[in-house]
Every structure is written in C-alpha cells, then in structure tokens.
Design a protein around this ligand. Structure first.
Ligand code: HEC
Length: 611
C-alpha cells in the first residue's frame, strides 16, 4: 500500500483570496467520475496490425509528452515521420541537417517530424547533450522500454517511417535518400525516397516506392531477447507486479472499474493493459521520472512494463504455481492508514436520486478537551458513488473569520488519506470546530451517506506546523483553439523552509505543469514536472526526501493548457477560457507544503509506509 502523506495548515501563508482559491482547488479535486468517461473514448483503436502503427505516448529529450493519436484526423497533421535515432551512429548524425530541412519544407504542409531513440545505451541526458551539441531542433522521443520501436518493427537506426494519421497505415519505411551508406558518402543524393513518398501522400497518389533499404546501426533489444524462448511466469513475475502497482485501485470496491482478482481477470484485460501501458495512461502517474523522487510513486519501472508487455505477447501463459491474486483476494480496507485514534461520524446526508445537489456545509466541534496535534487525517466515504468530494477546514468557534480557516484535509475519489510527515502536524485548538464541505452527485437512487473522518493524533506538546504556499493567478484568459498556451508565476521564498510536497492543479484543458526552483546562487532545477497532465488524477507529489530551500530562492509554477479540439477532455475549444471554479473554466493553481526551517533534523526516512 502506498501512502499519500501530506496535508497542510494554511495559516499564515494564506490571505482571503488564496483561501478562496485553495477551497476551490479541492472542489475541483475530483470531477473524476464524470470526466473519466471522456478519456478512453474517441481515441482510435490502433492495434498492432501488420503495416499499421499502434498508438503510443512517450516523453522527448526535453521532457515533453507526445502521443501519436493526438494527431488522429488532425487537419493540421496529415502525416508523422518517425526517424529512428541513436547516438554515435554516423548514419544518424549526418541526417540532422536533412531532417531540419525536410521539417522546414513540410511542417506547414501537414507533416510532423519526430526522432525515436530506442537505443538501450542512450540515456535522456545523452539525448539532451546530443541535441544541444548538434543543434537538433526535432523532438527526440525517448523509448526507454524499446517497446514503441519494437511495435513499429524497427531494427536499425537511420530509418524513416511515414505514418498516415487518418488510417495509421505506415505508408513508407526506408532511407531519407541514397546519399549515405556504411562508410561511404556521395556529395549529392540521386534518389530521395522519403521526400517522394511524402509528395505522393500529400498529392493523394498511391506511394510509388513504399519500402527501401535504410542503412543504419542495429538496435540491441536485451530484455526482449532475454524473454524470448523463456516463458514468463504468471505467478512469480506477473501477479506480483499487478498486486503492487495496480491492485490497490483495481480491487473489489476500489476506484478502478474492475478488480485484478485472478488470472482470468488479468488475461481478459490483457489487450487493454497493453494499450494503457503503451500510451502511459495507466498506472495513473504522470510525473516525468527524470525529475524528483516521490514517495507514493505509482509508476511501473521500465523492466516491469517490459515484463507485462512481453508476457502479453507470449499469449498470457498461466504456467505453474498458485494464483497470488486469487489467493489474496483483497477488499478495500476502511482505514488503509491503520485504525485512527479518533473517529468522527459526520451527520448523515440524504442524497436524492436525481438532480444537482448543492454544496453542503456542516460543522463539528472539536471532540477534544485540550489543544491537540493532528498528525494525519483520512476520510472513509459512506457512499463512494454519491460522495464527490469533501474538504475539511479548521475554523474558530464563531466560524466567521474566513481568514483564519485552515485546511486540514480533502477527499475525492483517487485521493488517499494522509499522515503528515514526522515531527509535523496541524494544531486543533479545543475551542475550534471542523467545517466539512460536502459535494454529492446523484446517481439514480436515493441514498443515505454516512461518511466518517479518522484522525491520527500525537501526545507530543510541540510539532512543526505544516503550512501551504500557493500559486494562483485569476487573470488567465486562454485563447480559443490554442494548442499550447503558457503561463508562469514566480515567488520568492522569504524564509528558510523545508519543502515536503507539491500539487499542480488545472482543469480539463491542462496539458502540463511543472514546479521549478532557482537557488540564490542561480542554479535551476525542475522539482516536479507533469508533462501529461490529467485532470482525473490530482496527485500530491511528496518528495521522498524533504528539501531544504534557502531564503531568497525562487519557485516558479509553469503551466500549459491545450484549448484545442485535439484535447479529448476539452468541453468547448471555441471558448476564451477565464479563471473559474467549475472545471469547464480554468485554473492556474498550485500548492506546496512546507514547514519553517529552524535547523531541525530531518529524519532519514520521514515517510514510512503502512501495509
Ligand atoms: C490509483 C488508482 C489506479 C491504479 C494504481 C491503476 N489503475 Fe487502472 N484504472 C483506474 C481507474 C479509476 C480507471 C478508469 C479510468 C477511466 O474510466 O478512464 C482505470 C482503468 C484501467 C483500464 C481500463 C482502460 C481505461 O483506460 O479505462 C485498464 C486496462 C487499467 N486501468 C489497467 C491498469 C494497470 C495494468 C495498472 C497497473 C500497472 C493500473 N491500471 C493501475 C485506477 C487505477
């Protein structure tokens, strides 16, 4: 079980406006169920058929996300050329200029150029260096697992593929031209097969020459080779991965739409598993693995991904051994963080069968006779289908001064409860009250929701108060049809702090978001980058090791929205989109959680996991 272990105490860092923003942030935290439906439909089925490209999503050398199906039937992108890349291969380096030239000539005519690097020996940092040194202007897609290259039947670098974005057919596969071959080079090409194929395609002619030899360097596929001819064991190799990385959500009563509870279930879902793995849709963890290490990272390692994909290619053999998924058939634990020290029953809420249910607010006085440090909070939803989200604030007795509202925790489907990091907490004074904001969605039958709040407490008399810093800008105006609209905000950090976690937040049009740090010495670093932002998943990115950040450093939140019809979640591409609390409006919003740095020791392992 991976724990989400953060929450915050807004306290001093919030002013009235920002409280509004924070408030709305959780509001928005999960419109999951409605918007989940938007994802997964509308995308073309690109199964690995002969001569047809399969959909994939990859990050490039700069950390940007590219997905083939984004360009499906795109009037601006008739075709995609993929050139297979590898560092050190002369037959690749000598092509950069050709590719830049072709890109210049054909970009405006609807041809997009990508390089694809599947070389086992090349790392992201190598790609960056190469791009810098040779002034490569095209994205170099980093195929870490080599599975995209394999799905496209690529065995050498230096080959170009032309893919029709309407039919996904691979129309051409071969050399750019005949100028280069192994150790030999002509001053000028006499044949230009790639260019000819592009011209034929743009003129709606059948491609005269659809295949040529392409000299290049062989790509080594070590893991694929290792798995070939040796049956992957379901019980020892596959089921443990699913148990660890998928079954926390895909279990009975969980938020995944089905349970991986036996071999039969896994086999039945295996083709779909391939699709979600190839496109980076599942597991739902969108952070770029090259920036930061996070404590509740849901992602698969490249090796795990390869194992699953190769097992599916082997035809999902059952093999010997017991079925760990069936044996341990798990059910959702009501309190995954362990039994709370104190449970508060919320006043039961009747949810009608139909219609829009207004937000409801209810107060509960502090159940404690003295000021109490809360070290964690978790919500046990009564009716998971009806309860859309809950936000819990701590408010003074009279509840009037909004300025002194402090955030305790929030719940929405997919957001787990949290224990605050060791030695930190949120103080609930004896005269204060908890304010619950409840949002319900009607789902066809009248139900009574009996939600509970579990509190984890500490006897210690002093803790470091957990705080939340905010980025927000309500002046945003996102132009209609814009595929990539950027916005930045920079804040100076005014005191030494210890940073624990970050939450990027946008709505349906969110495309990517990143937190960047610049130290007083001028060193820059990306703390977290979410290149494939998905509104369904409002993760808190909790640093594996909390970070001391010196006074005078600058934090920047960088956002990009996609307000075009390419964005499958976009409700209306023709609209100029302002700031707003509803998810059809937008937000430039991010929070970061910290404590003041008083030179206190940071325990080696602040974040213990609880099974
Ligand atoms: C944090 C929770 C979570 C984790 C972890 C998770 N899933 Fe999912 N999964 C979901 C939810 C929610 C959906 C429904 C998404 C939707 O409707 O678009 C889903 C849907 C799917 C689907 C159906 C296709 C789709 O997009 O709807 C497949 C297949 C799938 N998951 C496979 C996996 C695999 C394989 C893993 C592990 C490697 C995994 N999931 C991990 C929550 C999760």
């Amino acid at each position: 079980m991976i724990l989400r272990k953060i929450r915050s105490d807004h306290e001093a860092s919030l002013n009235e406006d920002s409280i509004e923003a924070a408030h709305c942030y959780i509001f928005q935290m999960k419109l999951i169920l409605s918007s989940l439906l938007l994802i997964g439909i509308c995308l073309p089925a690109l199964a690995g058929k002969e001569g047809v490209a399969e959909d994939f999503g990859l990050l490039d050398h700069t950390g940007q996300f590219h997905q083939l199906s984004y360009y499906h039937k795109d009037p601006q992108t008739k075709g995609v050329v993929i050139f297979t890349h590898g560092i050190g291969c002369p037959l690749v380096r000598k092509r950069y200029e050709d590719l830049n030239r072709l890109n210049k000539e054909y970009a405006s005519k609807g041809i997009r150029f990508w390089m694809l690097n599947a070389s086992d020996q090349d790392e992201r940092s190598d790609l960056k260096e190469e791009a810098l040194e040779y002034k490569v202007s095209l994205p170099i897609l980093d195929d870490t697992t080599q599975e995209v290259a394999r799905s496209l039947d690529i065995d050498r670098t230096g080959e170009a593929l032309l893919i029709d974005t309407s039919s996904w057919k691979i129309l051409f596969r071969g050399a750019i031209d005949d100028r280069l071959t192994y150790e030999k080079e002509k001053p000028k090409a006499s044949e230009t097969p790639l260019k000819n194929a592009i011209e034929d395609f743009l003129a709606n002619r059948s491609i005269e020459v659809s295949h040529t030899e392409a000299p290049g360097c062989l790509i080594h596929y070590p893991t694929w080779k290792e798995h070939q001819g040796k049956e992957i064991s379901y019980s020892q190799q596959i089921a443990p991965i699913i148990q660890e990385k998928c079954a926390d959500c895909h279990l009975k009563g969980g938020i995944g739409p089905f349970a991986f509870s036996s071999y039969r279930k896994v086999r039945g879902w295996s083709d779909m598993m391939r699709e979600v793995l190839m496109t980076r849709r599942m597991p739902p963890w969108q952070a770029d693995p090259h920036h930061g290490t996070f404590s509740q990272d849901l992602s698969l390692t490249p090796e795990e991904k390869q194992m699953l994909l190769h097992w599916i290619e082997q035809g999902t053999p059952r093999g010997e051994g017991e079925d760990p998924l069936a044996i341990n058939e798990r059910e959702l634990k009501p309190w995954p963080l362990g039994k709370p020290d104190h449970i508060i029953d919320l006043p039961a809420q009747k949810v009608p069968a139909n219609g829009i249910v207004d937000y409801r607010y209810t107060f509960v006085s502090s159940p404690f006779e003295q000021d109490t440090w809360i070290t964690g909070a978790d919500i046990h939803p009564g009716d998971r289908q009806a309860l859309h989200h809950v936000i819990i604030y701590i408010v003074p007795e009279d509840g009037k001064r909004r300025r002194s509202r402090r955030w305790l925790t929030g719940y929405a489907p997919g957001v787990k409860g949290s224990l605050f990091p060791d030695s930190t907490g949120v103080l609930l004074k004896k005269e204060e009250r908890l304010l619950f904001e409840l949002h319900y969605t009607a789902y066809g039958k009248e139900v009574l929701d009996e939600t509970q709040l579990g509190l984890y407490l500490s006897d210690e008399s002093t803790k470091h108060s957990f705080r939340t810093g905010l980025f927000y800008d309500d002046s945003i105006q996102i132009p209609p049809h814009d595929r990539s609209f950027e916005w930045n905000q920079t804040r100076e950090i005014r005191e030494d702090i210890i940073l624990y976690s970050m939450n990027p937040h946008m709505h349906f049009r969110g495309k990517s978001m990143a937190f960047e740090l610049e130290t007083p010495q001028g060193t820059r670093e990306t703390l977290v980058s979410v290149p494939q932002y998905d509104f369904n998943w409002q993760h808190t990115y909790v640093l594996q090791k909390p970070r001391r950040i010196a006074k005078g450093s600058k934090l920047t939140l960088h956002a990009v929205w996609d307000n075009s019809d390419r964005n499958q979640a976009n409700p209306d591409p023709s609209r100029r989109v302002p700031w707003g609390q509803q998810s059809f409006d937008e937000m430039f919003f991010g929070t970061y959680q910290y404590v003041r740095d008083r030179g206190q020791a940071l325990p080696e392992e602040l974040l213990s996991s609880v099974k």
